[in-house]
Structures are given as structure tokens and as C-alpha cells.
Design a protein around this ligand. Sequence first.
Ligand SMILES: Nc1ncnc2c1ncn2[C@@H]1O[C@H](COP(=O)(O)OP(=O)(O)OP(=O)(O)O)[C@@H](O)[C@H]1O
Ligand SMILES: [Mg+2]
Length: 211
Amino acid sequence: MGARGVFITLEGADGCGKSTQAALLETRLAALGREVVRLREPGGTAISEKVRALLLDPANEEMSPECELLLYEASRAQLTRQVIEPALARGAVVLCDRYYDSTYAYQAGGRGLDETLVRQSNVLGSCGRVPDRTLVLDLDPATAFARATSGGADRMEAEGLAFQERVRAAYLRLANEEPTRVRVVDASGAEGEVTARLLGSLEDLVPGAER
Ligand SMILES: Nc1ncnc2c1ncn2[C@@H]1O[C@H](COP(=O)(O)OP(=O)(O)OP(=O)(O)O)[C@@H](O)[C@H]1O
Ligand SMILES: [Mg+2]
């Protein structure tokens, strides 16, 4: 094993700016000469995108919490095996917009599914792969919710503000549990300010990121 990539995940409640920052980080990290593979969850492979459509379709409101959990894990396992592992093996920086911490925050934190069950499911869905760094974009839930729903809420976003508060609390618990991997980054302010904070939290893994 010569090349060893860097696996970075972006997390946080709906509308905190993950997708915006993923695109900005891709540009900045690619400018360092790194191959950057930017992905979003659920999705990123043909199979995973089909699962994504099932999960986000408002017509599937009868979906049980267990079914939802397993669909997220199914999508993740395919993405991990088909895209993430090969990219890391060739030395790429993998930038994933949500990964298994979302499942913990939403299914265990938000919906109240059994934590142990969700953690075990996450091990299966991620094929045992652990991100090198997880950046939690933290924003006042009311502001994030207003941003997220400005274009019309999808099924997840229709859960409301109390749900988003539970999601945020779950992310903060993870950061307490795993302070080396999980870093909370202030997501308020202008896009460029947030990007600078995120890059600062990557300097140890991607030399030059902070410049
Ligand atoms: N720093 C910022 N200041 C103001 N608005 C922002 C900022 N960053 C992102 N936005 C806007 O907020 C909205 C949500 O941002 P974005 O889609 O990146 O969030 P997200 O975390 O990916 O949301 P979701 O969880 O729903 O995918 C977008 O309309 C985006 O343009
Ligand atoms: Mg997004």
C-alpha cells in the first residue's frame, strides 16, 4: 500500500451549508494538486442514487423507520465499496457530503431509534470504514432551517425545528465522544469565512490546506 488518501466527511443539520462548502473545499484542495473526489450521501453510484430517490420521495411517507435506516446503509455500502475505497487506495482526498454520522444524528438523535442498533447498522453500511476527519458545520437551527426551507421543504426538512434541534444535539455528542475525528466548525458568517475555518481544521491531514 503506497498511496493513502484522506477521507473527509461534512456533517450538520439541514441547511447549514454542507453542499456549498463541499464545492468550495473541492476547489481549494484540488489547487494543492490533490485528486479530490466529491460525493454526496445518499448517492454517488447508480444504485445509491436510486435509493436516494426512494428516501427523499414525499410519496413514501409510510416508510418505516427501520426501512429508512436500512436504505441509507444500503446506499452507503455501495458507495463505500464502489467509489470511496478505490479512491482512497489511489491516494485521493475523498470529500463526502454526509456519511454515517448523519444516520446517527437523524435516525438515533432525530427519530429516537435505538442508538446501539443504529451504531451497528452504521458499521455494516460503511463496511467498517471510518472517516479521517468529520467536520460538523454548526449553525443556530432556526437560521439553518430558514435557509434549508427557502426553496420548499423535502421530506426530511418537513420534520420541523424541534427535530433539527435534536439532530444538532446528537452531532455535538459525537464531537465530545470522538474529539480527534469529529470537529465542530462555526458555520455562521460569509461562505469564505466558513471555508477558511474548515481548511484550518484539515491542515494536519492535508498539508497546505490552511494557506
Ligand atoms: N455562509 C452562508 N451564508 C448565507 N447563506 C448560505 C451560506 N452557505 C450556504 N448558504 C445558503 O443556504 C442554503 C443551504 O445551503 P446548502 O445547500 O449548502 O446546505 P446543506 O447543509 O447542504 O443543506 P441540506 O442538508 O439541505 O443538503 C443555500 O441556499 C445556500 O446558498
Ligand atoms: Mg446539501
